[in-house]
Design a protein around this ligand. Structure first.
Ligand SMILES: Nc1nc2c(ncn2[C@@H]2O[C@H](COP(=O)(O)OP(=O)(O)OP(=O)(O)O)[C@@H](O)[C@H]2O)c(=O)[nH]1
Length: 323
């Protein structure tokens, strides 16, 4: 056989190369279809952002579903993304994005957006510095944003259940003392006034025994409503025992605290209940005290308010004792 006949001619080489590159193009097309199918079906927004030019380079199809806005507008102008962030969360969203540049990644970003239809939604938006970006184009940030509104609502509901007294919807004992401790420490640190109020329903056993436990529950609910009505915004109110409630009044001088306790006393006295064809009223005894420089712990305040409340009971009930 002739030596030259074994060497493929230039034409054959070209044909082989063409066939090979056609196969490659076909494979790439299939791959692209697969990836765009995946990106289209994933309910998370994948995005890429050029930090230097402040340009959105890419955003996946889920953007229009999650944000309810046009992807074309976003690709034309990055401000479209900023416009969608809930104003209170704007600083956090911008700072955490910049932090990703320094740290390489921020995986705990959560903020709220306003969809174009006015709906408020929570997003988890993890972002990373891309390792594949071209150095001369500046850093590129890539991210994955997911709608976590339902998860947030569930967390909120769990938090509410863990901190709320089921019967009266006021703070439960554990949460009340947790918040009271924080208020106590803040007042001590700022040398600010703080009052502690303890309230116990008078002759509650008799109410239960005469009108039934269910009626007793209604009494507790109405007293809790009086508490919410009489206190100021920022005051803490909770049910800390069966028929015992407590309040912490931050930044409250003794005189104002007394007025608040008196208002609460009157609110309760005004309540009227009907059962078994009769009408009855309830009263409460209150113990009130204020933080002094010598109080080492919240327990000291609590103990003083408790002693004052028992003094009110001993003195005939339906009254406030200030200690
Ligand atoms: N209906 C109802 N009763 C409760 C609840 N928790 C505790 N109690 C009742 O509250 C009553 C408290 O009674 P006592 O501690 O004797 O106090 P009191 O009758 O209010 O007497 P004074 O405190 O001296 O005025 C008890 O009978 C408890 O069973 C509750 O969630 N619902």
């Amino acid at each position: 056989m002739d030596e030259n006949s074994r060497i493929p001619s230039e034409l054959e080489e070209l044909t082989l190369a063409l066939l090979h590159s056609r196969g490659e193009v076909e494979r790439l097309r299939e791959r692209e279809q697969l990836i765009s199918g995946l990106l289209g079906s994933v309910n998370a927004v994948l995005w890429a952002f050029n930090w230097q030019t402040r340009q959105m380079i890419y955003v996946s199809p889920a953007y229009e579903r999650v944000f309810g806005r046009s992807a074309a507008l976003l690709l034309a102008d990055y401000n479209e993304w900023l416009n969608s962030i809930y104003p209170d969360d704007m600083d956090y969203a911008a700072e955490s994005l910049a932090a990703a540049l320094e740290k390489g990644a921020v995986e705990t970003r959560e903020y709220r957006i306003l969809r174009s239809d006015g709906q408020l939604r929570w997003l988890s938006d993890k972002c990373f510095v891309s390792r594949h970006a071209n150095a001369q184009d500046g850093p590129v940030l890539v991210g994955i944003a997911e709608d976590i509104t339902e998860k947030k609502q569930l967390e909120g509901e769990l938090q509410r259940l863990a901190t709320t007294d089921v019967l009266t919807q006021s703070c439960n004992r554990r949460y009340f003392f947790e918040c009271a401790q924080r208020e106590f420490e803040a007042a001590r640190q700022a040398d600010a006034p703080l009052a502690f109020l303890l309230l116990d329903v008078d002759d509650f056993k008799q109410i239960n025994d005469t009108y039934g436990h269910q009626m007793g529950d209604i009494v507790l609910q109405r007293i809790a409503q009086c508490g919410a009505a009489a206190l100021r915004r920022g005051d803490l109110f909770g049910r800390i025992g069966g028929e015992e409630f407590a309040a912490v009044l931050p930044h409250c001088e003794e005189g104002v605290a007394s007025q608040i306790a008196e208002r609460l006393q009157r609110e309760v006295q005004r309540l009227s209940f009907s059962a078994n064809g009769t009408t009855f009223r309830v009263t409460v005894s209150q113990g009130l005290t204020s933080l002094t420089a010598a109080d080492p712990a919240l327990d000291t305040l609590f103990g003083r308010a408790d002693a004052a409340m028992y003094q009110a009971k001993r003195q005939g009930k339906n009254q406030i004792v200030v200690a």
